[in-house]
Ligand binder design. Structure first.
Ligand SMILES: [Zn+2]
Length: 424
């Protein structure tokens, strides 16, 4: 059964209908219900909501972030002016990762409102290999759970199916009887399997054939390698859908998946700093932005908004994060804005997203796996503002040489920075 909200499980013994959830889950369920309605609001109503929240958000940081105070003063912006319209808001300059690096502790809120606690630090390298640290709050976590659930609802997945995930942050493989949060907390769900993304490709293929998942969550680069190894005889008859995250998904990979396995890919655009940014619409393939929590802009080099058909940089304002002021934050990705979606949802769209790309590490015995760069530990060695790892040769022993760039690492002709490049 597809996990529509009517299928939520009751947590009260003896009461099955209507379902009454645990108090712990009540905020999440209420928010998801609200999002189910707000997605149908028209653009004007969504923008009005964003502007009212923007005023509260900016007033908070005007008091709490020395960095924002100084920046607004420097550019003669007042909160009152900035909140007049989304056009007026563009007077506030774009925040780069280098700005966040330079601001240090002055960037973050001195006091986070109690209802937004606890906060958690997030170190991220983004798409450009420039490490930054931001704090995310309990409200961000709640919105992340709600938008994750929204993605499952849109795609009408059967929560009783077997779910397999291949991810970067897993210390080891696991087998669990039920899906993780949020689906497993609210719905009856099927078995849940996970394996670290650094597992070599042939072992991944064997694992998938053993687990026979209905749904697979994976990075596009790893899925590409797996799909190549599956050639000829996939032996994954139950696989219904692949879900991709974390990197740019190419049209070629979508069509190869369709041709080889007869199934679709559902892609989600997210980042460590702001969570889910946009979800692929099951009706049109456009990506709907999560306008109830984020203002997502796509800008030309001159700072003006891109028109249809133009690709520009993605700039995001996280209206719900009261710990770190991600105000017109240049996330390092590029996108093309999309048209109004035929599904009827008022949430704005992106036609395509050009984000992170990462090559696979090749080993002398022919195996390959997704690289972990270990960037979280770089700051303990030196004040590194940007990094890139390049595999130059096949080797049995780890051998390396450093190249130092005083400002930033030059981009390749394609213009798309890769934090790990395999040159063999
Ligand atoms: Zn749509």
């Amino acid at each position: 059964m597809a996990p529509d909200l009517g299928g939520i499980q009751s947590a009260i013994a003896g009461v099955q209908w209507p379902p009454i959830v645990k108090a712990d889950n009540a905020q999440l369920v209420a928010l998801v219900h609200w999002l189910e309605r707000s997605q149908w609001l028209d653009v004007a109503a969504l923008q009005a909501g964003q502007l009212s929240q923007l005023a509260i958000f900016l007033r908070h940081f005007e008091r709490q972030s020395p960095w924002l105070q100084q920046r607004a003063g420097l550019h003669r912006c007042t909160v009152g002016q900035l909140c007049q319209s989304l056009e007026a808001f563009r007077q506030f300059p774009v925040t780069t990762r280098a700005d966040v690096q330079r601001a240090g502790t002055n960037f973050h809120s001195r006091v986070v409102p109690p209802a937004h606690k606890p906060t958690a630090p997030k170190k991220t390298s983004g798409s450009t290999g420039e490490p930054v640290m931001v704090y995310r709050t309990a409200v961000n976590q709640l919105f992340w759970l709600a938008t994750t659930l929204r993605e499952h609802l849109w795609h009408g997945r059967d929560s009783k199916g077997r779910l397999a995930i291949v991810r970067a942050n897993l210390p080891e493989a696991f087998d669990l009887p039920a899906w993780g949060s949020p689906v497993g907390d609210l719905f009856e769900s099927g078995p849940f399997y996970g394996v670290p993304v650094t597992t070599d490709t042939s072992a991944l293929v064997a694992w998938l054939r053993l687990k026979q998942p209905q749904y697979l969550l994976i990075y596009p680069g790893v899925w590409h390698a797996v799909l190549y190894q599956l050639q000829g005889k996939p032996d994954l008859p139950g696989l219904v859908q692949v879900r991709t995250i974390g990197e740019t998904l190419s049209d070629a990979l979508r069509s190869q998946t369709r041709d080889k396995l007869g199934i679709t890919i559902a892609d989600t655009y997210s980042s460590e700093e702001v969570g889910v940014i946009a979800i692929e619409c099951p009706h049109s393939g456009l990506y709907h932005t999560m306008a109830e929590g984020l203002i997502v802009e796509v800008l030309r080099p001159d700072g003006q908004p891109c028109k249809a058909g133009e690709v520009g940089r993605v700039v995001v304002t996280d209206l719900l994060n009261f710990a770190s002021p991600l105000v017109r934050y240049d996330i390092g990705d590029y996108a093309e804005p999309g048209p109004v979606c035929g599904c009827g949802r008022g949430l704005p769209t992106l036609k395509r997203v050009l984000g992170r790309q990462r090559g696979m590490v090749k080993l002398p015995d022919g195996r390959s796996h997704w690289p972990l760069t270990g960037f979280r530990d770089f700051s303990s060695v030196a004040n590194i503002t940007q990094y890139q790892l390049v595999q130059k040769s096949m080797m049995h022993r780890f051998d390396y040489q450093f190249a130092y760039y005083p400002t930033h690492i030059p981009k390749p002709a394609s213009g798309k920075f890769e934090e790990f490049v395999c040159e063999i």
